[in-house]
Ligand binder design. Structure first.
Ligand SMILES: NC(=O)c1ccc[n+]([C@@H]2O[C@H](COP(=O)([O-])OP(=O)(O)OC[C@H]3O[C@@H](n4cnc5c(N)ncnc54)[C@H](O)[C@@H]3O)[C@@H](O)[C@H]2O)c1
Length: 293
């Protein structure tokens, strides 16, 4: 190779944009752990400036620190998505961090508070709808001035849903309604902000992804509601041989015969936000290993 073509090659490499999301500012709610944390890490690897948002301040700052230690750009803003003041503060701090710009919102924060219909309390119902529907709406509304802009840069909103929202799930009337609801919110954003501003909005619906939400309930994870009630997270498994038989049985309806990892789930969110999906808008992308085809 001649020295000039070698120099061209190096110069070309240096000028190449640094990642699929180079320079974009992304708010990811619930990114202190699980799918959100993996999304934050993948986004940062692809050049995004990531705002790690979570009710758990220690976990949020740990994720942001791990991104910075790996050479990425991140900040953490801790708070409760059920608190209107926090939502406004999150947008303000994200815009400061992004020098006046926000390009991506991933509405991911959430948990399940299951109950069969005849035993579900008003509080169970209202908390889950507030967290999975009202909070994403309020965040998108608060961030509107950063999305309704014509600066030629990409803008993308992702709402996280679930197969429970697409197909229903016994014991999850509240969560199924909420996760169905975000698909309507997504399509409305796409129709309102697509024509003039080019904002894309899509829903990513997960099947069984390995996080604390799908771990054994007996592991003891819980979340605390604003009024101090502890909600146990996870799926009850039972004990012994019955439990391992049940564990094997539960993957028979997944063509890939396994649950997904948080990294695989995050990869789908990255793909949808990336320029490779530039003409995909208003859609619900199922990330399920083929379950529920
Ligand atoms: N794990 C699955 O199989 C699965 C399947 C379908 C959909 N989902 C959805 O994916 C999203 C992420 O779930 P995950 O499995 O990574 O769970 P996770 O529990 O590992 O992470 C969720 C994060 O959201 C945060 N959070 C919860 N309530 C909050 C609040 N009020 N304010 C701010 N942050 C809050 C938690 O602190 C936690 O860090 C959720 O919306 C969930 O419903 C998960």
């Amino acid at each position: 190779m001649s020295s000039s073509s070698r120099i061209d090659q190096i110069a070309g490499h240096l000028n190449y944009p640094k990642g699929l999301l180079a320079g974009q500012v992304a708010i990811i709610t619930g990114s202190g752990q699980g799918i959100g944390a993996e999304t934050a890490r993948l986004f940062a690897k692809e050049g995004a400036k990531v705002v790690v948002s979570d009710i758990d301040g220690k976990k949020a700052s740990d994720v942001a620190d791990s991104i910075k230690a790996a050479g990425g750009s991140a900040t953490s803003v801790a708070g409760d998505m059920l608190d209107d003041n926090y939502i406004n503060e999150l947008v303000k701090k994200a815009a400061e961090f992004g020098n006046g710009k926000i390009h991506i919102i991933v509405n991911n924060a959430g948990y399940t508070w299951d109950g069969v219909i005849h035993k579900t309390t008003d509080k169970q119902w209202e908390t889950i709808i507030a967290l999975h529907n009202t909070a994403p709406f309020k965040l998108v509304r608060a961030a509107a001035p950063y999305f309704r802009v014509k600066d030629g840069e990409p803008r993308c909103i992702i709402n996280i849903s679930s197969t429970s929202g697409l197909h229903g799930n016994a014991g999850q009337a509240n969560y199924a309604l909420a996760k169905a609801g975000v698909t309507g919110l997504t399509k409305t954003i796409a129709k309102e902000w697509g024509p003039q501003y080019g904002v894309r909005a899509n829903t990513v619906a997960f099947g069984h992804i390995l996080t604390r939400l799908t771990a054994a309930k007996e592991a003891g994870a819980f979340i605390t509601t604003p009024d101090g009630q502890k909600v146990a997270l996870g799926i009850p498994t039972g004990k012994g041989a019955l439990a391992s038989a049940a564990a094997k049985e539960q993957y028979t309806d997944i063509p890939l015969r396994r649950p997904g990892t948080a990294t695989e789930a995050a990869g789908a969110v990255l793909a949808v936000c990336s320029p490779l999906f530039a003409y995909v808008n208003g859609q619900t992308i199922s990330v399920t290993g083929g379950r529920n085809m």
